[in-house]
Design a protein. Sequence first.
Length: 481
Amino acid sequence: PRLHTLIANNPSYHAMWPRAITQLALLGLSILYFAVPAAGLARPLLLDIKAHQQSLETLEPADPSAVKIILDKQYVPVLRNNRTVMYKTAYFGSIFVGLPHPQKFTVVFDTGSGHFIVPSKKCEMPACSNHSAYDRQLSLSAVDLDHDGNEVPSNSERDQVAIAYGTGEVVGEFSREAVCLSNHEGQNEEEGLKSSDCLQVRVVQATEMTDEPFQQFEFDGVLGLGLESLALDPEFSFYGQMARTGKLAPIFGVFIAKEDKDASEISLGGVNSERFASQLHWAPVAKPQHGHWQLAVRNIRVGNETLELCESGDCTAIADTGTSLIGVPKAFVQKMHWLLARRVDDDKVPSADSTDYFDCRNQPGPDIVFDLGDGLELSIGAEEYSRPAALRVITNATGEEELICRASLLPVEEIPTLGPKTWILGEPVLRKYYSAYDWKNQRIGFAEAVQPAPQPEGAAPNHRVIGAPPQEVPAPTVVYI
């Protein structure tokens, strides 16, 4: 059999501004809004077919046994008409597969998916050729499996899984394998699995990977940290397997740095209390049987306006480390763009021949506030959700020009198990708030993030930033109406 995972990544307000945005200018917004797909938002369905350096540190004083993995960051440009309109981002760290000769892979630690995937040496597609590939022959700890988990000869015709990721797909084979958070070179399986940072988990060895999006990114694979029911089988769930071993505490924390000079990180087996100042405020996972780190949303406010969409209390929000943007239900995304659009005052607009373009992240705008109940609110400002480049709207009939600032939002397609009112708490939210994921108690904690102290002058960075965009703000996109 072949297995496939479906994906799914006001009047009072206007009174605040000297002049409201014209209706014609708002028409320009509907032409140009764009977002990056989420990594993965659905349970698997059964279909028919045969077939640089990781940093590990002990966290003191809160979680002495927890492991911290420093994450590299990559920017990938999104092009429209050969022009960069925005950037996708990815954060990834290292992990080691197989014993006694561990093979190192860089992976995205993705709370929005449920499987551990690495490229296989059998993959001959371009997306695999520029990544590290898993060589089954180097591992004495691998056990080849069919889709039911039964052991099969490695040279037999193999069952395969197909897993979709927003804009692409992976097809691969299964094995049960030793996976470690550090390098245990030379240790046999018995020795390695005694270590607190090693476990057995089912791995998907990708024999096919689509060029979009995997060829664009430097990371090799994806380590899904979604809840266990998001996986095909409990043995595919990395953190479920980790929790069953009892070696590390059943909790992990994520910190996304505000500036590229600072390193982002994930801590496994605890949280890093140095990265937040106040106590964590917890919210229970809603409908954990669907496998997502999903929260009930009491209401959502944009500035002074409470969104009618969520007034009945049936909106939900998924915390997803694999999504670059805030996700908005597709049917509501245009209204959300209208609410968040801001007209730049004439005295702030650079002259038409200037190359010093206006940075929309500095243009005041309404906060987006997610009310999660029991006093827990997540507030995201214009600095976090705005595109840097403005939109220049020119009216053909009059020659009138307006400079408009816009949000970067992800339209979220409706998925039957999630309903039509699902939002995604992507990078803008997770950058402002440290997030902790309590596997045992099925809850998520948030606290405002604290940035690292400045490094001593001349200190070497402990992370990489790949493809960083120019510091200069891009020129506005021009739309004629």
